[in-house]
Write a protein that binds this ligand. Structure first.
Ligand code: SF4
Length: 465
């Protein structure tokens, strides 16, 4: 499920909000294992957290806030379960939209934790409503779940899931629980990551491998695009794989995923390091020091430093206790806010020619404020290098970027962007450089090119009337 960016919200030091995290577990003590998994994937969603477990009955807990705030105490009984962390913005906040969604029907309890965005949810919702189905939320996950139940009722579980996939457009990496059986399902493009592994006493499914590490599990493999995996008390099997052109989200590697995760056999840290080395080759520069924007630019800055031979230094210290998004009314308080979050190390900055590296620039506010902070501390020259190409178009597949006008690179030349952020020079990694760094070309590049792997239904676009 995804919720749209509100133009009036200014997030400081947090350029984009990720879609969601999913975790599923079958084994012993689903609650503890899912809890650890959700904590490991907190970066993918901080607004709500939820879990459902099954032991003949369903047990559910959902709430607003971080995993540690929602699951302060207690337990949910059962050996099978699914969990979810969600990001939302004003207008779509509310526990009624929190995952996982559970519905009881003729086949028992069916639950769904979803990462992604169903682009034709509007049409499916109207179709289902006309057949008498009732919705309790505005979430596309509920649309997916009701579609699933309606198709399973007609065709049985495997064919019902297949028929549901044929109806859905968009991105979905999901953990499904049908009574005490767990399923992992990834859309045929494989936009969002989904991986599964084995623990000492069960199986875990998660958005990222870091969640499998968190329960001391061993990764088995990624769920393939279009694949359904079934896990029950007898073991694990791949049920079917629908064929399609693969289009993994490049932004998972560039920014969203944890650097210690491995997605589709590529270690995220290594990709980011490669981006830094390629940046150094594509956009060399004479400088005294390479400084990352913490924490997002570290691996890229290290790669740039090693490739260019320019010394690496921490130059900005992040206040780790000032992580939450906040809304600020004016320019002055936004500037103060970034000072609370990031503070320069004077000796690393004063009288220095700096290569300042970040993973991406979306709206440009944060980069602009960081540059003015560094100039105030006496930086001589600031050369910005960016570990992704220019973001110029919306995402319809689960990332909170909907309005192209918000993007600083939209309809601007590199020189115009450089002037807008106040840098002395600016260089973005090229699209070919990005593909080389990731080591694959089967990528979604929609927000870089405006060309998407599949058509976007009109209702998925903002301001559609
Ligand atoms: S449009 Fe961009 S952010 Fe969205 S899935 Fe494609 S690459 Fe990822």
């Amino acid at each position: 499920m995804v919720f749209h960016h509100q133009k009036s919200d200014i997030t400081i030091g947090q350029k984009l909000n990720e879609d969601c995290a999913v975790v599923g577990y079958l084994g012993t003590n689903a609650y503890a294992n899912i809890l650890f998994g959700l904590k490991a994937l907190q970066h993918r969603g901080q607004e709500t957290s939820g879990m459902a477990t099954y032991d003949g009955k369903i047990h559910i807990k959902k709430g607003m806030g971080l995993v540690s705030e929602v699951f302060k105490e207690g337990n949910l009984e059962g050996n099978t379960g699914i969990g979810h962390n969600r990001y939302s913005t004003a207008g779509s906040k509310g526990v009624e939209n929190a995952g996982p969604f559970i519905i009881s029907g003729s086949i028992g309890y069916v639950g769904l934790s979803h990462n992604g965005e169903i682009t034709n949810a509007h049409y499916l919702r109207e179709e289902l409503k006309s057949k008498g189905y009732i919705f309790t939320s505005s979430s596309d996950t509920e649309v997916m779940l009701i579609t699933l139940i309606s198709e399973i009722n007609k065709y049985g579980i495997y064919d019902g899931i297949k028929k549901t996939m044929l109806k859905l457009k968009g991105a979905y990496a999901v953990a499904i629980m049908i009574n005490n059986t767990l399923y992992a399902l990834r859309d045929p493009y494989g936009f969002r990551p989904l991986i599964y592994g084995r623990t000492s006493d069960g199986y875990i499914v998660a958005s990222e491998s870091a969640a499998i590490d968190a329960v001391s599990g061993d990764v088995i493999r990624d769920v393939n695009p279009g694949e359904l995996i079934e896990i029950n008390e007898h073991g694990i099997q791949s049920v079917f794989t629908m064929n399609h052109e693969i289009a993994h989200c490049m932004f998972e590697y560039v920014y969203f995923a944890r650097p210690d995760s491995v997605i589709d056999n590529k270690e995220v840290f290594n990709v980011r390091y490669n981006l830094g080395t390629i940046l150094a080759r594509e956009h060399p520069c004479k400088a005294d020091v390479v400084i990352p924007v913490p924490d997002s630019g570290r691996a890229q800055a290290l790669g740039y430093s090693v490739e260019s031979g320019i010394a690496y230094s921490e130059g900005l210290i992040k206040n780790r206790y000032s992580d939450r998004t906040f809304i600020l009314p004016d320019q002055k308080s936004r500037y103060d806010a970034i000072k609370i979050k990031l503070n320069p190390i004077k000796s690393a900055v004063k009288d220095k020619n700096i290569v300042l590296i970040d993973d991406s620039i979306v709206r440009g506010n944060t980069m602009k404020y960081i540059i003015s902070l560094l100039r105030k501390e006496g930086a001589r020259e600031i050369h910005v290098r960016v570990g992704s190409p220019e973001i110029v178009a919306a995402c319809y597949f689960g990332v909170d970027m909907k309005t192209s006008n918000d993007f600083i690179a939209y309809n601007k030349s590199t020189d115009e962007i450089r002037d807008a952020i106040g840098a002395d020079s600016l260089g973005y990694v090229s699209i070919n450089g990005l593909k080389e760094a990731i080591g694959m070309s089967s990528l979604c590049l929609g927000c870089l090119t405006g060309k998407y792997p599949e058509d976007i239904p009109p209702h998925a676009k903002p301001n559609y009337t």
